[in-house]
Design a protein around this ligand. Sequence first.
Ligand code: GLU
Length: 278
Amino acid sequence: MIPALSSMRRIVIKIGSSTIADIDHASVRTAWLEAFAEDIAALRAKGCEVVLVSSGAVALGRPILKLGRKALELPEKQAAAACGQIMLMAAWKHALAAHHIHTAQLLVTLDDSENRKRYLNVRNTFETLLSHGIIPIVNENDTVTTAEIRFGDNDRLAARVAAMISADACVLLSDIDGLYTKNPKLHADAEHIAEILAISPEIEAMGEGPSSTTSHGGMTTKLIAAKIATAAGCHLVIAQGDGLHPIAALENKAKASWFYAPESPLSARKHWIAGALQ
Ligand code: GLU
């Protein structure tokens, strides 16, 4: 049976660029964000600890640099992220402050999760923030990463964070409501899969490449994220994020795909090694 999200003690929620940013108007989707903040306040009222992984820096920064929708070179991406990240955080701070929730910004790189000393350091920061009731808001530190040391997508970053802090669930809010047997945008007969007990080669074959210019993670990166999270004992959910109140919708059993963690997860150190991307 599909569990209630609010029955999970610690939850990581990843928000995709096109969910938080109105790409055409170069702005934050304020009505969406306000509704989402209500969802988060409701989860916390039920005793859940929440960590957010928010994309959107590059999408919000693009118009400032007049970059349109073209494919970006790395320095352009980094400059756009530098401009957009402060807009993103200002919006998060404002939306959650309305519910008397404090926020903190954590910008991490692949290195921070691959190097054990830095990994433990970041983990301690998360624990300290959570113990003070603060919501950590994570993004990749886009301005300092090179192509070789980037996560590149926040799906895997969210799963890595979930593993790092022993979260019970990791929710990837996206423009698609889960895993389908084929890409549903291309195939009318694609079937939705609500529950996945093991990521078999057959399941892996269902992921296809990215389908949008604003978000970097297609189904492929979501499946990798599902592997990282479930190996660490954390359930991973792919759910539609674009509508208002996506978390309340998930609580009310909206269509989504749940990848279940096995009963006996690997020990913390083993899953750190297993989840290493490089
Ligand atoms: N870190 C990127 C940003 O904030 C997003 C990466 C992604 O879309 O997954 O713009």
